[in-house]
Design a protein around this ligand. Structure first.
Ligand code: C2O
Ligand code: CU
Length: 623
């Protein structure tokens, strides 16, 4: 099984002044027995992007860029592992393992860290033994246990979880023994307390749990460095599920670890679970959205596995913290911006490529992207629309019919899918990137899960034309606070990132460390960057000045999107939100009223390695 993050770099060598011996890729006529693809600095594309190779030949990637790249085949083997998947560090050359065994055929590939990079390998003649296997959907979807009590206790403990269809189970760090943890389902406005007991190994260190999207007191927010749950101890988090005294609307939250510098690792190991707030209004107004077993929460994440089905450890080595101008920064091969955690296998509710038997009726699917880095553009193989009714923080004012729903890390969508007329068919939920140059072109290409559509059944559900959407605050005209997201520190080659301080990497071999930054700083839990006043409404401006897309999450309040790049937001961004996609150069204005609680809260990128490597800041709500 291919090792994650390409620790199996074969024949890798640093790119010195002398370029590697060119392969005979330029040769015409018969397919060459070796071919070279190049990635040039500042132009993250494969060149050429179509390579022809004789069966048994070798493919070499010359990475002249300042980012790491992978060459990853879309096609997989029977276990779901890409047929080739090579990580090539910045400034190195590597032979892509797995290519010479391929049977004749065409093999599209992409970069796992930069899915806009796409290419195609054509293998001619020869007849290697390796052929792609279609994804076979061998295991049923597991819907995590629903827990409905006002007082919930969950042990954080190790457990062996069935993730891949064959072979041993996978040892995870879990909430309550499953991955994802149990789905907590509670009516809005009903006080809920969740006690987390730390029974993980001591070396896991202290934990902290954040209920993402919810509005609650600062001391129950899962602070990254305070109010921790220490090994052997427990902590009870109080969630009133109210907002300004009123019940929270119909919401789809998730709870996950939020420990400073360890969030990516702790989530990767399994500390993630879903939380549904049910809206009494939906019943009272007889909204009749699909419910019961036709209301299915789907947590999508990705992981890589070793041959024994254990999780790989993408966080081992490759990165070291250094002081940088009085703050912290990272050096090493996985320092920003090469700190992307992307698993080879896409999982739904913890299982690879599951299937769900459904009746030919309407279903409410609550989609959560709980991945560390990857974005998915969800859609159905037959073009069946997804009718988006909510955001994760409440319903939209009216349903929005969508062919694809793009969700980055921590983003959610509440959608209704109608399976009428599909009896006897197997429909695939997949993720397909948009054509290059369009928004969503960086989504991951993946098969996600299968719906096996059975007979029609009585279905009294419907999707009303108007929905009881939560009221939005009046957005102030004046911007109270600007937050800029960028790459900081001295990148070994200052050509990328363009961020604060990126200019002093000109010395070439003097990597002084890089960090992801908010307003030029790496996260410092003792620094307070803003002090909004309780009871006031503020408008904040989020700006991404880096070269890559980020997903900015704000704690504490529920926010409306006021403007996206100076224009009204798209119809699916007109409800309440807590996490926004910001492509390079994008500017998003958001507004919220500071209600109920004072104290420290976080704003950060929800790509978990970015969060761990500096892209987080603290604001304190004050009286
Ligand atoms: Cu879901 Cu501050 O995180
Ligand atoms: Cu980010």
């Amino acid at each position: 099984m291919a090792s994650f993050l390409g620790l199996a770099v074969v024949a890798a060598g640093a790119l010195g002044a002398a370029p590697p011996a060119p392969g005979p890729a330029e040769a015409v006529a018969a397919a060459p027995t070796s071919a070279v693809i190049e990635v040039r600095p500042g132009a993250p594309t494969y060149s050429p992007d179509v390579v022809v190779l004789a069966g048994g030949g070798t493919l070499t990637l010359v990475n002249r860029d300042t980012f790491d790249h992978t060459v990853t085949s879309v096609a997989t083997d029977a276990q779901g592992t890409p047929l080739f998947d090579m990580r090539v560090p910045a400034g190195t050359v590597a032979t892509v393992t797995g290519v010479s065994g391929l049977a004749a055929g065409s093999y599209p590939f992409f970069c796992r860290f930069h899915p806009r990079m796409r290419g195609e390998l054509v293998v001619e003649g020869g007849a290697g033994p390796v052929t792609p296997e279609p994804v076979s959907f061998d295991q049923p979807l597991v819907v995590p246990d629903r827990v409905r009590g006002a007082r919930v206790t969950l042990a954080m403990r190790q457990a062996r979880v069935r993730m891949l269809p064959t072979g041993p189970r996978t040892r995870m760090w879990t909430y309550g023994g499953s991955y994802p943890g149990p789905t907590i389902v509670r009516p809005g406005g009903r006080e809920t307390s969740v006690r987390f007991v730390h029974r993980l190994p001591r070396k896991a260190g202290a934990m902290t749990v954040h209920l993402h999207g919810d509005h609650h007191a600062s001391e129950h927010d899962g602070q990254p460095t305070t109010q921790l749950v220490r090994p052997g101890q427990s902590r009870t988090y109080e969630y009133p599920l109210t907002y300004g005294g009123l019940p929270e609307p119909s919401s789809f939250f998730f709870y996950h670890d939020h420990r400073m510098d360890r969030t990516a690792r702790n989530n990767w190991r399994g500390l993630q679970g879903m939380f549904v707030v049910e809206d009494e209004d939906e019943r009272r107004l007889r909204l009749r959205l699909p419910s019961g077993r036709r209301d299915v929460p789907l947590m999508v994440s990705d992981r890589s596995f070793r041959a024994d089905n254990s999780l790989t450890n993408p966080f081992a080595g490759g990165i070291r913290m250094v002081g940088h101008d009085g703050a912290m920064a990272w050096v090493g091969p996985k320092a920003p911006p090469d700190d992307a955690t992307v698993g080879t296998h896409v999982l739904v509710n913890g299982r690879y490529a599951p299937y769900l038997p459904v009746s030919a009726t309407r279903y409410r699917l609550r989609l959560l992207n709980a991945s560390h880095f990857s974005a998915y553009s969800f859609g159905f193989s037959d073009g069946r629309p997804l009718v988006q009714v909510g955001t994760g923080n409440g319903l939209l004012p009216r349903p929005v019919v969508r062919d694809r729903v793009l969700l980055g890390p921590a983003q959610r969508a509440d959608v209704v899918v109608d399976f009428h007329g599909a009896t006897g068919r197997n429909l695939v939920l997949d993720s397909v990137p948009a054509p290059l140059g369009e928004s969503g072109d960086d989504a991951r290409q993946a098969v996600v899960m299968q719906f096996r559509v059975g007979a029609e059944e009585r279905d009294t559900s419907r999707v009303p034309a108007q929905l009881p959407s939560p009221d939005l605050v009046r957005a102030p005209a004046r911007v109270s606070k600007r937050w800029t997201f960028d790459l900081g520190g001295a990148h070994p080659d200052a050509g990328h990132g363009g961020g604060h301080g990126a200019g002093h990497g000109g010395g070439g071999n003097r990597p002084r460390g890089t960090f992801w930054s908010v307003n030029g700083h790496a996260f410092d839990p003792t620094r307070v960057d803003h002090r909004p006043r309780l009871g006031t409404t503020e408008r904040w401006r989020l700006r991404n000045t880096s070269d890559m897309t980020h997903y900015v999450h704000i704690h504490a309040e529920q926010w409306r999107t006021v403007r996206r790049n100076g224009k009204p937001p798209p119809p699916w961004e007109r409800g309440l939100e807590d996490t926004w996609r910001l492509e390079p150069g994008e500017v998003v204005d958001v507004a919220a009223r500071f209600e109920d609680y004072t104290g420290p809260f976080m704003i950060h990128c929800h790509m978990l390695d970015h969060e761990d490597h500096g892209m987080m800041a603290r604001f304190d709500v004050v009286r």
